[in-house]
Every structure is written in structure tokens, then in C-alpha cells.
Design a protein around this ligand. Sequence first.
Ligand code: ATP
Ligand code: MG
Length: 583
Amino acid sequence: STPFGIDLGTSKSVISAARNGGIDVIVNEVSNRATPSLVGFGPKNRLIGESAKNKQISNVKNTVDNIKRIVGLDFDDADLEIEKKYFTVPLVKDAATGGVSAKVRLGDTAHKETKANLEQVALSVPLWYNEKQRHAAADACRIAGLTPVQIVNEVTAAAVGYGVFKANELPVDEPKKIAFIDIGHSSYQISIASVKKGELKILGSAYDKHFGGRDFDYAIAEHFAKEFKDKKKLDVHENPKAFYRVLVASEKVKKVLSANSQAPFSVESLMEDVDFSSSLTREELEAYVQPLLNRVNVPIEAALKDAGLTIEDIDSVEVIGGCTRVPSLKQKLTDIFGKPLSFTLNQDEAIARGNAYICAVHSPTVRVRPFKFSDYNQDAVTFSWDKQLEDDENEIDFPRDHKVPKEFTIKFQAKQDFEASLRYTGSPIDSKPIAKWQVKGVVPKEGESEIEVKLYVGANASGWYTLDAAETREDTLVKVLVEHEDEEDAEPEYKEEKKNNIYELRGKLEDQYKDFASEQEKETLTALLLKTEDWLYDEGEDAKKAKYIAKYEELASKGTRKEEANRQKQEAANTAALQERLA
Ligand code: ATP
Ligand code: MG
């Protein structure tokens, strides 16, 4: 199947495919290289993308814009209050999940255009998407009939694309420090990476979740709303359709001002058959968005701090995202970095292209230029388990991490079966966990009250945590025959050897994502766990160590932890002997 990359933007989405030895952006049904991220609900049918956009003004009360902002959000999330302003439909609580629900169909365009067997996809999400939102994004892919091979941070996708496609211009040993900045329709993200030929590391990241093109549009719209009220004594805020039309005209003004010093503004019969026309200059726009421009430095400083760097360390500033076409914003960024900005990447397509490459890396059939990279997990989490012994610690913090995927092992003494859970660090102990696991089969050795338990926790490349395996270990002493080659008649001699028995524990994932492992997967895994357990009891005692290890590997390879390791091995194999086919 063809590997796909999707950039689900707040205003528009881009889909690309790794095919014919390169990466193509796929055009939609009206030959556009990007599709509006919109869903409109009509009396009989549902409109998606272009057709929803065409009907947006007449169907403003039934068109859902800004979907990306509310995917996976809890209804009581403080951000929802801010988001309401940008929505022309009421946001309601989903009775079943307590969240705000939105279903997105991404597959159709790619499917129709490529006629490919659309299976695997890498989808990007903003840095600020939390664990639950990342799962929701993966879920959206599945609803669309796609297999999400990786959920990638948007800026990372663009940076990886840069590293892969600019390979020949990159240094071989001393890496360059590059700031990648994406300012789109709703948010502003920055990641600082060290990049050399064949390798990229994210050193630090930061974002302003509420800074993007739509905020510029609103600033302009509010200005014209006020002017209209002053001149015509009519308030567009009282009429959602009228306000929306002002907003659309304001976005147009903003774009015209990127290339001109003055722009006309005009809306016919805006309210009560009153026409409204006016104009705006670039200087005026700059004045209205000054509060935003004053915040531009904040994420940059935070990302530098996160990376342990100063502004002088930055070799170049790569900029993407539609909003960075605004001259005053470009100027502000240039002033802060003290150097000209680079627009090496395609501002609108870099993320989708990077994703198609990342998806191709996962494909066993498509050959790609090898490139090593890790992603960034911005959430610090705390992993805890039922307290087993009075004085023992029962939790461990995982700080935000620049280098995922990663594995951790946790060791402690346990008395019995227990529950383990994951929550954001600092959130109250009784708050709803991100994930919860029941670990079963903890049996101390006869005559003992506790046994050492080992948990394998994975922080995967998609940005969430997994409990991949749990085991107990038990040392037993066994008598081993000492062989003396020459002395055939000698008395048999034995020595004692310590043997390490490993018992894989049974686990049950109890969080809201338990459906992610298909029923069949779960059954296979459980059956294998039980089989191995039986095997350990029946013949395990006498089995040779090699057999133990083989059995353990077989067991572990079915778990996701090893799956990840296998995937990486496979990737290495895929890329090792390969020619550079993706240009
Ligand atoms: P996000 O990344 O925030 O989820 P997105 O990916 O949809 O959103 P982009 O496509 O990068 O966002 O950028 C869209 C924004 O860029 C819109 O606000 C649009 O008005 C703005 N924009 C596009 N072209 C121009 C231009 N020539 N001048 C100014 N702004 C522009
Ligand atoms: Mg974007």
C-alpha cells in the first residue's frame, strides 16, 4: 500500500503520498493542493471540505470549523471557553464521553485521487495535543479506515522533511542548530533541532496555543465591526452571519496586505440591506495586532531555554505556516533572531510531505533514504501503583522528553496483584488517570511475603505511554552435574547454580483506550501468555537457559514493547541496503 502523510490544519488539510520514487501532494476534487478542514451539515446530507466551504456563508449555523481545536477535548477543559468564540455552531457536551466529539473523514480524497490501497498513514498533531487528543487523532484515522503508523508532532514532521530532502546541504559531523517555526491559522509552534546529514534531534520546543492567523482576522474584524457600528449604528455581533461575513472579508484584507500597503474592504448588504465598504493600511493592521506581536518572543525564549541554548547558537531559522506571510510578523521574527529568515521548506506542504516520508519509513515495500530522528513528548507524567510495602515509594516521574520512543523499567517488591496508573505530573492523585492497568499473577514464592516485580513502560513515538510487559523473577538454586572428561569412573559431582525464573504477568488495560488493541490481538496475546505460563510450570524447571530466553523473546515479541523494537530493526533492514530513491 502507498504510504500517506496528513497535515490536518485548523483551516486546511494537506495529504501527500510517497510514490513513484518521490513525494507528491495529492490534489482534491477541484484540483486544490489543500482542502478546507470543514464539515457542513445539510438537511439531508453532510458536506466535507470544498463543498462545505462553498456553502459556509449560507450554512454558517451548521458548519463546523476549527475541528482540530476540539478533538479529544474534555467538555470542562478551560480552553473550550476560548474556542467558543471561533465556532459558529454551539458546542455541546457528548453525553457518552463527557467530551466534545467530532468525527473527521480524511480518507476519501486520497482514496479517490490515487486509487491506491489506502492503508497506512502518518498524521501530525500540534505539540500541545495531550495524550488523550493523540489517541483521538489516531482514532479518527481508524474511523476513516486508515492505519495510523505514527502520530507525529507537526514541527517534527517538517523538520524531518528538511533533514531528508536537504541532506546534501547538511554538514556531515558538526550538526547545525536550526529553529523550525510554524505559525498557522490557530497556533504558533517552535522546535529547535540539531540537524546533520542523516540525523535530527529535537532539542527543545515551545508553543503559543492561541496565536495564529485567525487571531489576526479577528483583530481586523473587530476594527471593522466598530467602524460599522460608529458609522451605521448597526452591530454585526448581533447577527452571526453578518459577523462571519466581516470575518471572511477581514481575512482577505489581511492577505492583500501581505503584498500591498493598502487593501479595500467591502461587504454588500451586510445588515438590514446596508452596504459597508472601507479600507485598511499595513500600518493600521500592524497597530491592531500589536498585542499579538508583543508575544512573538515568548515561545522562542521558552524553546531556547528548553534546549539549553541562546539565540546566538541558532544557525538558521526555518519558517512555515500561512500566517508567517504577514510582513510585520516576519519582521518581528527577524528582529528577535537577528538574522534573515529561511523559507527553504514549502510553507503549506512541508508537514504533509514530512509525514509521507515518515510513513514510508514504516513501510516494508517502499524504499526511502535513511534518516535517524526522534520526537518530543511535552507532557511530564507520573506512573504509580498500589502501595505494596509501608515504606516503599509507589510512584515515579517521567519528565517531558526530547527523545521518544523510549523504554523504562520499574522494579519494586510486590505482595499481590495490583493496579498501576498514569497521570500528568502535578495533577491531583484522585484526578482521572490517563491510563490504568490491572496487573495480575503476582505470587510470592512459598514461605515469602513479597516478590520482585519488573514493569516495562514504553514512551512511544506517537506520544503516549504503554505498559508493555510485567514480570516477576524468582531465583532458585539448581544442582548441575559437573562433567569431568577424563575421569570416567569418578563419582558424579554436582555444583549449585542460581537460576532465574521469569514469569510474565497478565495485564489488563483498563483505561478509555482499551479498545485500541483489537479483540483478536488481545486474545492472541492472552493465549500466548497463558501458554507460556503453563510451559514454565510444566517443563520450565529443567529447560536450558537458551530455551528460556527463546521462549521469553517469543513472548515479548508479541507485546508492543518488542513490536517497537522489531519495527526499528525492520526499518534499519529496510534502509540499510537501499538506494536513495526519494528525492
Ligand atoms: P494550524 O497549523 O494552526 O492548525 P493551518 O495549518 O490550517 O492551521 P496554515 O495553512 O499554515 O494553517 O495557515 C493558514 C493561515 O495563514 C490562515 O489564517 C490564512 O489566512 C493565513 N494566510 C495564508 N496566506 C496568507 C497571506 N498571503 N498573508 C497573510 N496570511 C495568510
Ligand atoms: Mg498547520
